[in-house]
Design a protein around this ligand. Sequence first.
Ligand code: SIN
Length: 491
Amino acid sequence: MSFKLQREDLVVTRNFIAGVWQGAASGETIPVNNPATGETFAFVPNSNEEDARAAVEAAVEAFDAWRATPAKQRAAILKRWNDLIMACADDLGKIISSEQGKPLAEGIGEIAYAASYVEWFAEEATRANGDIIPQAVRGRKMAAYREPVGVVAAITPWNFPAAMIARKIAPALAAGCTVVCKPASETPITALALVKLAEEAGVPAGVLNIVNTGSSKKVADVWLDDARVRKITFTGSTPVGKHLAHESSRTLKKLALELGGNAPFIVFEDADVDAAVEGLMAAKFRNGGQTCVCPNRVYVQSKIYGRFLEKLTERVAALVVGPASDPASQIGPMINAKAIAKIEEHVNDAVARGARVLTGGKRLFTEQRAESTYYAPTVLADVDLSAKCFHEETFGPVAPVTQFETEEEVIRLANDSPFGLASYFYSNDIRRVHRVTAALECGIVGVNEGAVAAEAAPFGGVKDSGYGREGSVHGLEEYMHIKYVCQGGLD
Ligand code: SIN
């Protein structure tokens, strides 16, 4: 751990099943590494099928009592969880930064973001109303009840180790579901600390279970095959999401899949160029570009192309890269060697196809560590439309820019992708704003805005970016089904 914590007891390195902190059944562990140095700073259980089954048993056992717990009481527990998370925000931020690498200010910011989902769903827990349906036949009453779907399996990613767990687990618990969770093997300690605080908040034994593993497939296969697991919620890659959709068809589970993105960022000539540059900085360089909603393709209308590139390059070149522990750092290390190799591949490919590197374009600090995971924030200009970085998620601090001439052309380019998570555009023409918003094929549109996610907003995609929504009232509905009740003989 690269930081001193106030509450050292938040660093837990065990599974939590049926209210008991425990090692893997096999006794095996896997290392947790600091992405900045590659050094191992903790070990967590390397769970297998046995642990995965035990977690489901615990969640099944706890379900009836939890669903019967009054909504107000579930809400009170979630509120306490939110309060504890916020009270420990500094420590939790330090844990995130240690295992994920993001600068400390961003780590602490992520904790506030995570807690906002817990608070929101604590409030929504008491509002999961059903419907009374107007009488169609004399002597008959009809109603639609909302009920929790049952046991939920949550599989979460490394890029937002706190926020993604919070926005899955909080609505599940609010709805009355019980949960089995597998966090990313790169960032398990944040997840475990959150579960520890959930235990302190009064979440009963078995309601929230967490299983760590380096063999995701072993754990996921058990959950996929078990018909008592009624829902899978997953954030991660599109191929894994498709695999889960395919395999869960055997037991017809409900699914929410938050998958890859390839967001276009369009700047029209009528836009405020300074605001567009700021929006791109916020959207692109958050978490070092390791977000599924971050712009991957920047299209700028030809009249303002030069001006936009100049301002963007100046801002990007000024970004400070360094370890999470340095308060000056704005961009941390990438998560691992594979991640940085992909960034290099994309930049090299774009350059080979004629792109100009306006700033960045290389690894940093290799003199200190040959396998350095730091990549310089990069602007690529004149990127050819065939470049890999325009078609696959780069997941790094690289802004590839090209120019376009007409609105029709750029809409076609923006939609020419199998993905459809976020899109962004800047324009001050109100008619264009409505036209382009309607034309973009995606689940989220940022109009003159680069920071789009919020607990009260529905987050999710279309096409290969998945389905289901997180956050907002829609995020609660994902964890409930409707039971229609028709009562006759009342006349
Ligand atoms: C993600 O990149 O997976 C989520 C980003 C967000 O919540 O804004």
